[in-house]
Design a protein around this ligand. Structure first.
Ligand code: HEC
Ligand code: HEC
Length: 385
């Protein structure tokens, strides 16, 4: 039965001929950058940030960050209501805070944080995003916590509210009311632990904490490569279609320093063909695994959302391993045949694409050089959660 065997083998060749992943990259429109924080690092970062957030919510920090508003009636300021001093154009003037010295005179420069830095009513994720937005860099944050000028943090830990005698006289049984149970040194340590979990030691220029516009470092994200692959052959004699049916996803896991891997993900590729008066079917079981890293594209000023950044790139090595492949053909006149592949085969491909959600590799023909062949193969980076 040569004809059936020939068709079945053409099919097998077709299956193995599919280069599962393409080699070239195409530029994509820049979107949300991939967050390369590992699960492990994120767990540590989240725990450290929870400790920081408890300090941020302490009244000694919170009251200056939106908790007490001496300019709005009914906003809990023991010391009364004050007018905002503005210039002729209506712009806020720092002279506004000169009024505070009457009672907060033990702390030159006493003032409240702008509402954009309000900590009030924010959960840990919101606080985390706020801290990212308002710090120029990891180092900038550590510096601020260690030695901001004027020393707001220090006075918070001391609990004096900067009150001079006039101010203290307004409080029944005045006593300093410090932040308890945690020291400024421990706050700095928690901030360092947060940054370390995210894969940065507080250095600016880091790609992870560096994107002030994203919630990277505050929320854990996971990604996958989606494999798009179909192959067709259409000639006078043969019509063949082969593909994965749906678009399989290969989840990736970030390890350290932007490196990632994915476990072997099982996939099934099926096909159907008819040729002359024969029909044929195929099924192959394969696994795809990937490894690689996110490189380059370091922003010039990483915490400045307006700074244009060259896109990071993802280098991927994908390995496809066919564990089992069978094809059968039925020819009414010549009989039927089933054949299997001669054992596991494996192929590796290198791919490059932008490190942004939705980036795609350049499509490559699935069956290059095969007469009448069409279909292409490419991968797309997607965010799972
Ligand atoms: C007397 C008011 C006051 C107190 C008390 C205060 N802050 Fe602030 N904080 C400010 C102001 C004002 C800013 C705005 C930046 C500036 O003007 O220096 C600020 C900015 C910040 C920033 C953003 C700056 C950066 O580089 O990241 C952080 C974080 C911060 N404060 C944390 C704290 C923590 C933690 C505490 C309590 C230990 C605290 N603040 C207590 C007034 C205060
Ligand atoms: C007439 C005195 C007086 C003046 C002037 C004054 N305050 Fe106060 N303020 C107080 C007193 C008293 C408290 C402490 C209330 C308490 O903790 O029991 C206080 C508390 C605060 C707190 C809360 C601090 C904390 O750690 O809980 C903030 C914030 C604050 N004032 C901001 C201002 C600002 C800003 C100005 C200037 C616009 C100002 N105050 C002017 C008397 C004054």
């Amino acid at each position: 039965m040569p004809i059936a065997k020939k068709i079945a083998s053409v099919f097998l060749i077709g299956i193995f001929g599919v280069p599962m992943l393409s080699m070239l990259a195409s530029p994509t429109v820049a979107q949300q950058k991939v967050c390369t924080v590992s699960d492990d690092g994120f767990a540590k970062a989240r725990a450290a940030f929870a400790g920081m957030a408890d300090v941020l919510r302490n009244p000694r920090c919170l009251n200056c960050h939106g908790g007490v508003d001496p300019f709005t009636a009914g906003k809990k300021h023991e010391g009364g209501l004050y007018d905002v001093i503005r210039d002729k154009g209506g712009d806020f003037l720092m002279e506004t805070f000169d009024q505070c010295q009457l009672c907060h005179g033990d702390f030159p420069g006493w003032r409240v944080a702008p509402m954009s830095m309000s900590f009030v009513g924010k959960d840990n994720v919101e606080l985390c995003k706020l801290i990212k937005r308002n710090s120029n860099s990891g180092i900038g944050l550590i510096d601020h916590l260690r030695s901001d000028r004027p020393p707001f943090i220090e006075v918070g830990f001391k609990g004096t509210r900067g009150l001079n005698e006039a101010g203290r006289n307004m409080v029944d049984n005045y006593q300093p009311d410090p932040i308890r149970g945690v020291t400024q040194g421990q706050l700095i340590q928690m901030a360092n632990d947060w940054l370390a979990g995210l894969g940065t030691n507080g250095s600016s220029g880091d790609i992870i904490t560096g994107d002030a516009t994203s919630d990277c470092g505050c929320v854990q994200h996971h990604y996958a490569f989606e494999v798009h692959s179909e192959a067709t052959i259409n000639t006078d004699v043969v019509h063949l279609e082969s593909g994965f049916g749906s678009m399989p996803r290969i989840p990736i896991k970030f390890d350290k320093d932007g490196a990632f891997h994915s476990d072997k993900t099982p996939l099934t590729q099926t096909g159907a063909a008819h040729a002359v008066d024969c029909t044929a079917q195929s099924a192959s079981q394969l696994t795809i695994s990937t490894k690689g890293n996110v490189v380059g594209g370091k922003p010039i000023d990483p915490w400045n959302p307006n700074e244009p950044k060259p896109n990071d790139r993802i280098n991927v090595t994908a390995t496809g391993e066919t564990t089992k492949a069978t094809a059968s053909a039925q020819c009414p006149k010549a009989g039927s045949i089933s054949i299997s592949s001669p054992g596991p085969t494996s192929k590796s491909f290198t791919i490059e694409l932008d490190a942004v959600v939705g980036a795609r590799s350049k499509p490559t023909p699935s069956l290059p050089g095969v007469q009448g062949a069409g279909g292409s193969t490419w991968i797309k980076l997607i965010q799972i959660d």
